[in-house]
Ligand binder design. Structure first.
Ligand code: GMT
Length: 374
């Protein structure tokens, strides 16, 4: 099949999922054309069957705002015409789904390209609900030939808030468990943590929904009972508030802000526990990355998290904003070696048995095939 993959290219779960999906489909012999304003972050080497088309958007004094959605639609039209795409698969509804719909409409007399939309999270739960976008998100879902959501929770939210005419197919996010696999890196551990310190890790874009300051409070609550080092990986609007909190609590020696990092597997390999206290998370890809490296996860019981994290099996969940509950779970896990090893083994097992890329890609391929038949 010839597939156009539309996504955000930068940091963020939806772009990562789209890129990994595209790269894997290309390996399986499909021709995949990425369409975005920049080369997707993980598409950083030559691979057969994989192509990138940059969306150019002209600046003109009359346009106070960039008309990216229109430029994207025009680029999709070009790629459909030149490459004869069977499918346009857009990731994150805004504005990709409406641009895909527009492109499809423009070429419909000559080309029968199908539109598939994957909903990822805030396109439904947050931004998509803004009155400025809601009608178009609903319309583009209804006009897609197939729609997928990355968790049962997100599918349910879409039914509740958008009343779609279409069935929402749940295809969970996935992971390459051969790539995301614990490495033995004692020197890196020594570099980042003192001897005997347990390594806690958080990876996100530090947006308000991630509640990063809860992690700092958690460290403050447990630091006298267990020796820990927290690695804060990523960057975003709430980083400086978190840094200020670290200073005001006087725990600078316990927390390292590493900023954006490419070598996540290395860092997860030296981690003992992943903390993800988001107040919204349709899936929680960073939790799955940690679990694949054998790192148990503690998180709030919200959104799609319970589809991934199971209490007492591969991690623990607490009620939203219950930092004491999170701290209790952290202490339980870090103080009991037998429990730790049980959770760690099951975290890896969950990734391998339920979310392995090899299990999920054929589900997308089947959806493509079924959609082309209609
Ligand atoms: O930045 C993004 O890629 C989208 C972002 C969002 O806010 O919608 O992430 C979502 O998509 C990821 C990949 O499917 C999920 O793992 C995240 O849980 C989800 N984020 C939220 O729901 C907050």
């Amino acid at each position: 099949m010839k597939i156009g993959m539309v996504c955000y290219p930068t940091y963020g779960g939806s772009g990562i999922v789209a890129t990994e999906l595209g790269m894997q489909l290309a390996k399986s012999g499909h021709e995949v054309h990425f369409i975005s304003y920049a080369q997707p972050q993980r598409f950083d080497h030559f691979q057969d069957n994989l192509y990138f088309h940059a969306v150019e958007f002209p600046h003109y004094p009359l346009f106070e705002f960039h008309l990216y959605s229109l430029a994207l639609a025009s680029k999709i039209i070009d790629v459909i015409k030149y490459e004869k795409l069977d499918i346009i698969h857009v990731h994150y509804a805004i504005p990709h789904a409406i641009s895909g719909f527009l492109a499809k409409e423009v070429v419909k007399n000559e080309y029968h390209t199908k539109l598939i939309t994957t909903l990822h999270g805030t396109d439904i739960t947050l931004v998509g609900l803004e009155p400025a976008f809601q009608p178009l998100v609903k319309y583009s879902i209804d006009q897609s030939d197939a729609v997928t959501a990355v968790s049962e929770y997100l599918a349910q939210k879409t039914y509740e808030d958008f009343d779609p005419k279409k069935k929402i197919n749940v295809i969970p996010n996935f992971i390459d468990t051969e790539f995301y696999k614990k490495m033995n890196l004692p020197f890196l551990k020594k570099q980042l943590a003192s001897c005997g310190e347990k390594v806690l890790v958080h990876v996100s874009n530090f947006r308000p929904v991630k509640r990063v300051t809860d992690i700092i409070h958690l460290v403050d609550k447990i630091r006298n009972e267990v020796s820990v080092k927290l690695l804060m990986i990523g960057d975003g609007p709430d980083r400086s508030e978190a840094e200020k909190l670290v200073i005001s609590l006087g725990i600078q020696d316990k927390v390292k802000f590493l900023g954006k990092q490419q070598s996540i597997v290395e860092l997860l390999s030296i981690a003992d526990l992943m903390i993800l206290p988001s107040e919204q998370e349709s899936f929680g890809l960073s939790a799955l990355e940690a679990m694949s490296c054998g790192v148990p996860v503690i998180a709030y019981n919200i959104g799609g998290i319970p589809e991934l994290v199971r209490n007492g099996y591969n991690g623990y969940m607490s009620d939203l904003k219950d930092i004491d509950g999170l701290a209790e779970s952290a202490l339980k896990i870090l103080k009991d070696e037998a429990l730790y090893s049980y959770l760690s083994t099951n975290a890896r097992r969950t990734a391998v048995e339920e979310f392995n890329i090899e299990r999920i890609i054929p589900i997308y391929e089947k959806l493509y095939e079924d959609t082309l038949k209609v």
